[in-house]
Design a protein around this ligand. Structure first.
Ligand code: CA
Ligand code: CA
Length: 352
């Protein structure tokens, strides 16, 4: 039995009657430290993690087989302690960091919670640039693929977009991490340029007012270390400590101030008079990365591991050409091992 619980073949006098105890009832009788772990496990129940769900299911399965005798309950809960602690650690960590593999077949039509190609300008739709924006194996990162983005003249443009709309838990004030990996090929002639990353915002967080929406845009060239737009190597940019500029949607207007930091946008400080004034309540509606919009010359580059976190809940998108060799996160392997050690410890105690 995976959960290490002994289920009597024939109920003893003490064990009768055999009936299932609701998990919340069991929780009330637990020792304080076990109850705390239990509460944490339940707290994480709403988080979207298959692993978390599996552990919760396992825990519930085991708990439902505990007979209602206090002594027996304590005995079994003692045996469970190691397992619960490991499961809780795994559940809480998994809930806070999810890596999602994005395959070419996952990039489809525009919609919420899916990646899609947007603002494409290339030879196939009337522009002179030969423009590419696709997951390829040309320069793999964290596995076998990345998003290749290229154009051959200033008419080209392409974005990869992921939107979720209004979500109360996704505001500028709750943004806790934002980073991505980018690569500029040395064959590029467009000067000082790399794929930009954009946050789609609604300034006041109110869906009823739509004229206060736009982008916050990160480009290395507008940051103090502009010289670090290096070629032929992967660079990870942390936008939480970066400058971002603003592009308003209605009417289309670029705020020509490039020294406003993420902290300024979040706190409401140091914002230009002609900007949409942002603060912690500003809704973040989606994320996007792309090339073009008047870039002089040609460009070839790559993007991977686009990652954002709200309230420490981190989602990272790893773009892969195929699922076959997707690389598991080292942290997940370590935690899985920890969980197995917990199982082993619980079983050893049972044998004694
Ligand atoms: Ca609004
Ligand atoms: Ca990848």
């Amino acid at each position: 039995m995976a959960c290490g619980v002994r289920i009597p073949a024939t109920p003893s006098t003490h064990d009768r009657p055999q009936r299932r105890i609701p998990l919340h009832t069991v929780g009330k009788k637990l020792p304080p430290e076990v109850a705390t772990a239990h509460k944490l496990l339940i707290k994480n129940e709403n988080k979207s993690s298959a692993t978390t769900g599996a552990f919760i299911a396992l825990f519930t399965f085991c708990a439902n087989r505990v007979p209602p005798t206090t002594k027996k309950l304590k005995d079994i809960m003692t045996r469970f302690h190691t397992l619960i602690a490991a499961a809780t650690l795994l559940a809480s960590t998994q809930a806070h960091a999810a890596t999602i593999t994005v395959l070419p077949t996952d990039v489809g039509a525009p919609g919420f919670n899916t990646w899609y190609l947007a603002n494409y300008r290339g030879a196939s739709n009337g522009f002179s640039s030969t423009t590419k924006a696709a997951i390829t194996t040309a320069n793999p990162r964290s596995g076998n693929g990345s998003v290749q983005m290229s154009l051959t003249d200033l008419s080209g443009k392409a974005d990869y977009t992921y939107t979720w709309g209004f979500d109360n838990s996704r505001t500028l004030g709750s943004l806790t991490s934002l980073n991505y990996d980018w690569f500029r090929s040395g064959t590029s002639t467009a000067s000082g340029i790399m794929p930009a990353l954009r946050l789609l915002y609604d300034a006041d967080g109110n869906a009823a007012t739509g004229s206060d929406q736009g982008y916050l845009i990160f480009e290395q060239v507008y940051n103090p270390n502009a010289a670090s737009v290096v070629s032929d190597q992967w660079v990870t940019s942390n936008l939480m400590t970066a400058n971002l500029w603003q592009r308003q949607f209605s009417p289309g207007f670029t705020v020509e101030s490039f020294g406003v930091s993420m902290n300024d946008w979040i706190s409401g400080a140091n914002q230009p008079a002609n900007a949409d004034r942002l603060n912690g309540n500003t809704a973040i509606l989606g994320i996007e990365f792309g090339i073009g919009s008047g870039w002089d010359g040609s460009f070839n580059g790559f993007v991977d591991n686009v990652s954002f976190g709200f309230n420490q809940n981190v989602t990272t998108f790893n773009f892969e050409a195929s699922a076959a060799s997707a690389v598991p996160e080292p942290a997940s392997i370590a935690l899985l091992s920890l969980g197995l050690i917990g199982f082993a410890a619980a079983r050893r105690r049972k044998v004694k």
